[in-house]
Ligand binder design. Structure first.
Ligand SMILES: O=P(O)(O)OP(=O)(O)OP(=O)(O)OC[C@H]1O[C@@H](n2cnc3c(O)ncnc32)[C@H](O)[C@@H]1O
Ligand SMILES: [Mg+2]
Length: 194
């Protein structure tokens, strides 16, 4: 029997990627929205604390194991911003387009466009699991002002990978999953669960 797993996210882009990434792993993956779980608070200043809060919240409300992702884009010239604040960088309501526009505007006076995507995944077997399983991944790139590509989500039209000559929104889903911060973190997490 496959084990049910709640994905503690309301981000459609992430959910799509997790469904692709987890397709081969023996879990019956359900989005927290299917269970009426509302968005968790993300009050912390570290990715890992926010991911743990999201995982525990979803697990507590469903009674099922949960996997949460906290991620963001960290720009070196901005001291790592927007970082944990990536989803709401341009304020509420969340908007990928406004977040990207703010990032480009903030970088206008800078020369160093280097950045990285960072992702922490936290898996809890139950809400009070004292041994959450944690894995992370990082993907280096360059922020470019001109949007390129239709794929992915978030900052992907502006996140350029020099080795590929493409922005991450121009990659096929399998290629993004193979290389991304999220793909790296998920493969590391699955190894730990074996
Ligand atoms: O908390 P949940 O419900 O999972 O959804 P969220 O969008 O609020 O997720 P986060 O709090 O982890 O914020 C992550 C943000 O970082 C950005 N981001 C993370 N991974 C990305 C990726 O693969 N491609 C583009 N942008 C990404 C994007 O703006 C996300 O909204
Ligand atoms: Mg969030």
């Amino acid at each position: 029997m496959t084990q049910k797993l709640i994905l503690a996210s309301n981000n459609a882009g992430k959910l799509k990627e997790f469904n692709e990434l987890l397709a081969t792993v023996g879990f019956d993956v359900r989005a927290q929205g299917e269970y009426g779980v509302p968005e968790a608070e993300e009050p912390f200043f570290t990715f890992v604390e926010n991911a743990l809060a999201k995982a525990r919240h979803a697990s507590r409300l469903t009674g099922l194991p949960a996997l949460a992702d906290d991620s963001g884009v960290c720009v070196n010239a901005l001291g790592g911003a927007p970082g944990v604040f990536s989803a709401r960088y341009a304020g509420e309501p969340k908007s990928d387009a406004r977040n990207s526009a703010k990032l480009i505007a903030d970088l206008a006076a800078h020369d160093d466009m280097s950045a990285y995507y960072y992702c922490v995944l936290v898996f809890v077997r139950h809400a009070d699991d004292p041994q959450p399983v944690i894995a992370d991944g990082r993907w280096n790139g360059i922020i470019v002002p001109e949007a390129r590509g239709e794929g992915g989500f978030g900052y992907d039209p502006h996140f350029y990978i020099p080795e590929l000559g493409k922005c991450t929104a121009e990659l096929a889903p399998e290629q993004k999953n193979r290389l991304s911060h999220r793909g790296q973190a998920l493969r590391a997490l699955v190894e730990k669960l074996k």
